[in-house]
Design a protein around this ligand. Structure first.
Ligand SMILES: NC(=O)c1ccc[n+]([C@@H]2O[C@H](COP(=O)([O-])OP(=O)(O)OC[C@H]3O[C@@H](n4cnc5c(N)ncnc54)[C@H](O)[C@@H]3O)[C@@H](O)[C@H]2O)c1
Length: 416
């Protein structure tokens, strides 16, 4: 049987929209075709329009220009910045689109209530980019815990290692540096982790407490004589791990993972150096308008006495997730970056090791896996079977809001 080609619209042709998700259409043109894009940055809009062969009148500057029209495609992807998801999402729901919205749903708690209300009358697919649910790593762990191999879960230690270079790029110099402009790090970065913990355990979170701060990336911590930009002849170029030209020119992650494209649409050495001289990514990490925490711990009490301790930290070499699950009959230890999961049986002492072999880009292949699954569900009319429903994701967001409230109140316990 011939497969239906899904038509899609992209709102926000930035790093996530254009690179992480829309590239799926270029690789799988039989399954997916972008027919419209809204993007205010001219070069990015034109690049997207050309690559996806979109009619000029459907390459517009802002999402309102698309959503004022009657529905003209199957699927809409909302990949604008954190505070710009809600309005287009509600409008797209009213028009009857199947929707994929970037996380977080919104930095405002009250928007979550509005979404719950609106979703009651909405029959379509409202999926959120909680891409980790599609990762072979967490799927294997879910399969293991559901099999009962470690008995009942009693305690979980989960760690989100940001990586010092990723912290500098995104949360000191970049889009998520300032909680007033975007969201606190515990929402922007780690709503993924709360979602995955809720999904793995199938339990509700009852209360949280949290500590953390911005320890390093402040003007007071600048080494003597540091210049405002790395490219201003900074005397610390050889002794500072955050020297921007070194990261963007030499770090393997910067080369393979799309960081350079965020800095400059011109990826040549000249283009990058020019962007570092003038743009936000060349700023000294001690001279940015950042305020989000660089390390934070969250204690969570779940139903049935299950406890979780969660840490997010900038001060790691790798950007990865590490999880240990303590069960009544055994233990699971997993390291996402190493694709490694080990299960230990208390009774027999047997250790079973699973070595996965996932791609080293796009959240270990989860980004394109999510696209594949969603497109297939839409083509088959099985939208309700999507596993990353935005309304269900509200719970993970509420944990993040509660954790931030606790952190700002000396770690006071916040009931959910
Ligand atoms: N799921 C994940 O794992 C993951 C990872 C990183 C970021 N994100 C989230 O994805 C979202 C986008 O992040 P990004 O890195 O792509 O940011 P980005 O800044 O690269 O992309 C956002 C794009 O939206 C465009 N835009 C601004 N106003 C617009 C308007 N009125 N209409 C249409 N487009 C408009 C911007 O010009 C920009 O190109 C954010 O909410 C972010 O938190 C999710």
């Amino acid at each position: 049987m011939k497969r239906k080609q899904i038509t899609a619209i992209l709102l926000g042709a930035g790093n996530r929209g254009a690179e992480a998700y829309a590239s799926y259409a270029l690789q799988n043109p039989v399954e997916l075709k972008f027919v419209a894009v809204a993007e205010p940055r001219k070069e990015r809009r034109e690049e997207f329009q050309k690559k996806h062969e979109i009619e000029p009148e459907y390459a517009v500057e802002s999402w309102e220009d698309i959503l004022k029209l009657p529905k003209f495609a199957d699927f809409i992807l909302i990949c604008t910045q954190d505070h710009m998801h809600m309005e287009p999402m509600i409008k797209a729901m009213e028009l009857g689109y199947d929707i994929l919205v970037e996380k977080p749903i919104s930095p405002k708690k009250e928007d979550l209530i509005l979404l719950k209300e609106k979703s009651a009358q909405y029959p379509g697919m409202l999926s959120i980019c909680h891409v980790l649910r599609y990762s072979p790593f967490f799927r294997k762990i879910k399969e293991l815990v559901d099999s009962g191999i470690i008995g009942e879960m009693v305690n979980i230690q989960h760690m989100e290692s940001i990586g010092f270079w990723h912290m500098a790029h995104s949360f000191v110099r970049g889009n998520w540096r300032n909680s007033k402009e975007s969201s606190p790090i515990i929402l922007a970065k780690t709503c993924h982790d709360f979602d995955i913990l809720l999904w793995l355990t199938g339990k509700k979170c009852l209360r949280v407490s949290s500590f953390g701060s911005l320890r390093l990336f402040t003007p007071q911590m600048a080494p003597q004589g540091a210049t405002k930009r790395c490219t201003d002849g900074c005397p610390h170029r050889n002794d500072c791990a955050f020297y921007a030209p070194r990261f963007y020119m030499e770090h393997p992650k910067a080369i393979v993972d799309g960081y350079r494209k965020v800095v400059s649409i011109d990826p040549t050495t000249e283009g990058l150096l020019e962007a570092l001289k003038t743009g936000p990514y060349g700023r000294c990490v001690y001279a940015c308008d950042n305020d989000v925490a660089d390390h934070q711990v969250v204690n969570m009490e779940m139903e049935d006495g299950l406890t979780i301790s969660f840490t997010v930290s900038a001060f790691t070499n790798e950007c990865e997730r590490i999880i240990t699950i303590h069960g009544t009959k055994g233990e699971i230890r997993g390291r996402m970056e190493e694709d490694s999961i080990e299960v230990i049986d208390f009774l027999t002492g047997d250790k079973t090791h699973y070595q996965l072999n996932t791609p080293k880009v796009g959240h270990s292949g989860s980004d394109s896996m999510m696209m594949k699954e969603l497109i297939t569900l839409i083509a088959q009319g099985k939208q309700q079977e999507n596993i990353s429903n935005a309304v269900q994701a509200i719970d993970s967001h509420l944990i993040a809001f509660a954790a931030e409230e606790s952190r700002l109140n000396n770690g006071a316990v916040v009931e959910l």
